[in-house]
Design a protein around this ligand. Sequence first.
Ligand code: 7RM
Length: 647
Amino acid sequence: MSDRIVPTKPHISRRAHVASFDHYQRLYRESVDDPSGFWRRQAERIDWFHPFERACEQDFDRAEVAWYLGGKLNAAFNCIDRHLVERGEQNAIVWVGDEPGTYRQITFRELHDRVGRLANVLRRHGVQKGDRVCIYLPMIPEAVYAMLACARIGAVHSVVFAGFSAESLKNRIEDADCRVVLTANEGLRGGKTIPLKQTVDQAIEDLPVRTVLVARRTDAAVPMRAGRDLWLADEMERQRAYCPVQWQDSEDPLFVLYTSGSTGKPKGQLHTTGGYLVYAGYTHQLVFDWHPGDVHFCAADIGWVTGHSYVVYGPLANGATTVLFESTPVYPDASRYWQVCDDVQAAIFYTAPTALRALLRFGDEPVKKYRRDSIRVLGSVGEPINPEVWQWYHDVVGEGRCAVVDTWWQTETGGILISALPGATPCKPGSATFPLPGVRPVLVDEHGEVLTGDGVSGNLCLAGSWPGQARTIWNDHERFRQTYFTTYPGLYFTGDGCRRDEDGYYWITGRVDDVLNVAGHRLGTAEIESALVAHEFCAEAAVVGFPHDVKGTGIQAYVIPGKAADGVPPEEIEAVLKQQVRKAIGPIATPDRIQIVPGLPKTRSGKIMRRILRKIGEANYQDLGDISTLAEPHVVELIVQGHKAAR
Ligand code: 7RM
């Protein structure tokens, strides 16, 4: 490999938790030689009400994993109460409102008060241990209070991204059988309001939701249904601040979080208490080289797993000040992130490549308007980062002084698994570099053979469990087993392709299943297809990804129009179907391109040949492979012509 190596920086190594590559290798060796000892020691970073007995039990054939068996703890206690003595007056949260200059500081003591009240509100409305509570809130402190309030009383939160449509929200509330929903009258993002309460009303029309607690984010009046809808602030006012902690078993559920897979139905990933919290704390400290006093700014939304682990649980478990950012990278202009970094004096900044690609288009000026001299570590997550973008992040945003960490992980993994460590890992831009201590990646070829040695490419699997691993899919353990543990028996299969280069560096090459990564968000092609065919204008649909400058992957849909579309102009069919997907899933799933086609390339058994559609979507018309086995080979030529005409 001729890839340039960016060496570690002495001023970062000097104070880093892992101070050199040798040190990393030593830790790594220890962790694989004695995993149980290693993970026992990591568990000491949190407070246990009752000590655990065994570190881990795992049986990948049955998809059974449990960590810190017999231990009792509480995630909210670990994120709040245990910090009160030493850092009660330190900021736990710095909230950054949408309008520039809007900040609110919440100390650990205030957090304790707010979370206690909200927990008492939930109890008052009948929420008990094990009950699921849906959180459909914008990036406001109440969202964090709500998550921690659930954790405090042993309820299971299901946060749904506030950009999802009524239909998506409904499916998630229904699947997890939530009886209580928290929302806001409206959200506010990039100067625009989002009608959250209205969306909730639509979503729960036919569902047995008993209570809707509404936070007031704007002055907008919204309809409140008597006996069901209540203002959250009034309810909190009515409760005392003290709420006793419910000690949970290590394996009691902490949350479900829905994520897209290769089928039409999103999967509720279930994370449990002990292992998840240890892993979130461990990775937050190591990967971002967090030290007491450092302000941690992760720009992700709490609707995604990155927000769960690196806005809320990881930083707060460690006693960090965490930034809760309500706005967008470009509001009011492309310097917003850097302005916030200066204002809050962030030591760590974490975002997705899609945001960086969008900012790069504005050049260096907006970056240079601010000092950024508080930043020490810059993180990237969600999709492969192009080497040029990595370099810009390092050279321009970080002025060559900061460590850049490209962090690979998934909703299913609970926390980061493959990443450079600041001060320890020499980087190759574009590579996530090496596994964290305790993590054992394995590459497997299409026949299921494990690829040993360096300079190999295959499907990325993990040998052995780690504490942050999801334990099941809500209400569907068999699907969990099927999806992750049957492709390569004895291994967890990630769904990603990967190369391990001659020097042992890992390069994630993207999904190998029917999952698209659009602007760092996971979407199943099947999900978008079922949204399309739900409309009478669409008889059949096939969705593929294509390379997109900002989003990484754009969405291309090939659509066979339905009878109802006879005589309707193609532009109108396109517009209607785009709107249909927005409504069914949310704006992030809107196809960038819809091509009306007379037929789809199918095998004689009726399977759509996506490989061909992907090639056409990339405007790679030469190399379509063998199409002679198709049921109607001539449709390929028609689709190619249509695609060329549209470009
Ligand atoms: C955290 C998160 C997971 C999928 C994963 C990959 C892709 C994530 C990176 C990455 C290359 C990275 N959870 N992915 N991080 N690809 N380099 N650093 O994103 O469940 O929403 O998505 O995202 O394909 O399987 S997720």
